[in-house]
Design a binder for this molecule. Structure first.
Ligand code: PMP
Length: 280
């Protein structure tokens, strides 16, 4: 049973999995999620993902119906049942099912949905050649640290990027770069590698944190600092991080070449050590 779903205790094929039309995830986007991948048997930073899930739930006052240990068991079981080498695990928790009223329903059990599919790696060509990105105003709310289901601005921004032949859109709020629609952004400026600071305007990517640690461990000068759009144009290198993209070179921004217009050395180095870490 390869593409499988877990819906509040019930396992089925994804195509047969159901939630109510009155689920608050469907009605209001009232919920949170995580996207996790495995490298073979190893779930990538599972505890960090589960901590972030718990933090998101707490921020919107959802009490998770499972402990971290129980979630871990379900995740590992799902990976075994689906049987893929590399698995893409999606977890969604909503406030539950109740007649549609904005206020929180009383005595409702949160809905927990997980799906397990094959993880499809990005085409090698994208990694070798690098990708184009665009910038777009950040019209999202001011609690982007919550991994909320309300992704409409991200969806619109990503579509805008694709329509202009780019891979990703990066958000600009009050003149400052925040992050991509589904990734974090880093810039190599002089000897420094800079990424916007943690706070309410970005989702602190698990991959972002791994890259910050890896760079430090390897003696690179890396820091969290505000970045403005003109700094991105004059950067030697830009790269994106995220569960799906891992460490991905950016070679164009709004149609302008970045650095030499091809993937840079620091990005390649960080991708290499990132990969090595997953293999050892
Ligand atoms: N920012 C946003 C808005 C995202 O959706 C994602 C992907 N979940 C990221 C950053 C990267 O996070 P991670 O490294 O945990 O995948």
């Amino acid at each position: 049973m390869p593409n499988i779903a877990f819906v509040s205790g019930k396992w089925s094929a994804i195509s047969a999995a159901k939630v109510s039309v009155e689920d608050r995830g469907f009605q209001f986007g009232d919920g949170i999620y995580e996207l996790i991948r495995t490298y073979g048997d190893r779930v990538f930073h599972l505890h960090e993902h589960l901590s972030r899930l718990e933090a998101s739930a707490k921020e919107i006052e959802i009490t998770l119906p499972y402990s971290a240990a129980q979630l871990e068991k379900i995740i590992r079981l799902g990976c075994r049942k689906s049987g893929y080498t590399d698995t893409k695990i999606y977890i969604q928790v909503t406030r539950g099912t109740a007649p549609r009223l904005h206020s929180f329903p009383k005595k409702v059990t949160p809905t927990v949905v997980m799906t397990f599919r094959a993880f499809e790696p990005l085409p090698v060509k994208l990694r070798e050649e690098g990708v184009a990105i665009i910038s777009t105003p950040d019209i999202r709310w001011a609690r982007c640290n919550v991994k909320s289901l309300n992704l409409l601005p991200n969806v619109m921004a990503r579509e805008q990027a694709l329509r202009s032949g780019a891979f990703e859109a990066v958000f600009i709020r009050d003149g400052k770069v925040t992050e991509g629609a589904g990734s974090n952004l880093f810039a190599v400026i002089g000897k420094k590698i800079i990424t916007p600071p943690a706070g309410p305007y970005i989702l602190c990517g698990i991959t972002r944190e791994v890259v910050l640690q890896l760079a430090k461990k390897n003696g690179l000068e890396i820091m969290e600092k505000d970045l403005k759009l003109p700094q991105l144009y004059s950067a030697q290198e830009l790269f994106l991080t995220g569960t799906t993209v891992e460490v991905l070179p950016v070679i164009r921004l709004n149609g302008r070449a970045i650095g030499a217009g091809r993937p840079g050395e620091k990005t390649a180095f960080l991708y290499r050590v990132f990969q090595q870490q997953q293999m050892t």
